[in-house]
Design a protein around this ligand. Structure first.
Ligand code: GLA
Length: 348
């Protein structure tokens, strides 16, 4: 396996962004850009062996330079919401950029999705990929600490796209990273209503106004949010206002990856499993997606894709009972999330 690099396009005032292409021996091709640490494209064979793109994105860099809802990017420093864009840490109040009403969403006005990362490619026996690094300065978007972040995308011959995250800080800070890919296993031919989804979770983080957690964790039992037994996403979506946008509680130990979700598209036969070390997974059915044109001229619209964002719970800095997102000097933040592909023709 090897990695090819090409110029993706110029970022005004900054320099060129690159696009890295990694192909495995089973016909999967992953493209990653250093702008926003973004998965730009992911070709996966269908049940007849025909490769097709399973993620939303843009053909050209310009698409990523416009305002867009984090399509394929890394989100940070804090994926999801922080209420009132503030938190207390060691007796000091930190005020973050308010970029979602009075709240803070996905790292602020210029989050990790809108910066150029330093990339280096690698290939070894286990797979090939790109490691990307970004240094976030003290008080960037309001967060304390000089933070060094690295994200490594690896594609292997087990058909896994593995995302490894690491970070260190020189001051206590909060950190919650994720990848915000929008998946449609049928090449965005139609809304994801027929995709069959299983989420290995019996509880979710209850939210109130503006999707801010109330602090309650509730059972999915008997509600349209219950995906423990696989069901088409469209089955109950209209019973949930706007569609699905919630964080499910996972039961891993934080060190080893556990199966969080499985999606099957019966038409193409493509299947994807999400495994993670994180305590939560946000299932978002692209409820707010609208008004942008994506790859191949496809109009991106509501419910065209699903995001399965492995992460800690929203608003943890203001919720003392949620698993902590604090990172201290001397510690290393670690996360591994895997998207693993197969198809209905594969033997189990
Ligand atoms: C996340 C959130 C959604 C929305 C999208 C971006 O998945 O949970 O509410 O903010 O990102 O549009």
């Amino acid at each position: 396996m090897k990695v090819l690099r090409e110029i993706f396009g110029p970022i005004p005032g900054i320099g060129d962004a690159s696009l890295y292409t990694i192909t495995n021996s089973n016909g999967i091709t992953l493209k990653v850009s250093d702008y926003g640490c973004t998965i730009q494209s992911l070709l996966v064979p269908d049940k007849n062996g025909k490769p097709g793109d399973v993620v939303l994105g843009f053909d050209k860099l310009e698409g990523y330079l416009q305002d867009h809802p984090y399509i394929g990017t890394i989100v940070g420093r804090y994926a999801n919401r922080i209420s009132n864009a503030r938190f207390m840490l060691d007796g000091t109040e930190y005020r973050l950029v308010q970029n979602h009403g009075k709240n803070h969403l996905h790292g602020g006005a210029v989050g990790f999705d809108k910066v150029l990362w330093q990339a280096s490619e690698f290939a070894d026996k286990k797979g090939a990929g790109v490691s990307l690094e970004y240094v976030s300065h003290d008080m960037e978007e309001g967060y304390p600490g000089f933070l060094r972040v690295s994200v490594t995308y690896t594609l292997d011959d087990e058909n896994q796209v593995c995302i490894d995250y690491q970070a260190t800080t020189d001051k206590p800070t909060h950190l919650n990273l994720t990848n915000h890919s929008y998946f449609n296993l049928n090449e965005a031919a139609e809304e994801v209503y027929d995709h069959e989804l299983m989420i290995a979770s019996s509880r979710y983080v209850v939210t109130g106004r503006d999707l801010i957690p109330t602090g309650e964790i509730r059972s999915v039992e008997g509600s349209p949010l219950d995906f423990r037994i696989p069901k088409p996403i469209g089955k109950d979506i209209h019973e949930v206002e706007g569609g699905f946008d919630l964080c499910y509680v996972l039961e891993g130990d934080g060190k080893t990856t556990v199966l969080a979700a499985r999606v099957v598209d019966p038409e193409s036969g493509r299947c994807m499993e999400t495994l993670t070390t994180e305590p939560g997974i946000q299932f978002y059915s692209s409820n707010f997606l609208a008004g942008i044109t994506g790859k191949g001229g496809i109009p991106y619209r509501k419910h065209l894709a699903l995001c399965l964002e492995a992460q800690h719970f929203p608003d943890t800095p203001n919720q003392p009972d949620f698993p902590s997102t604090l990172l201290h000097p001397g510690e290393t933040y670690n996360q591994r999330t895997i998207y693993k592909f197969s198809n209905t023709q594969d033997s189990p």
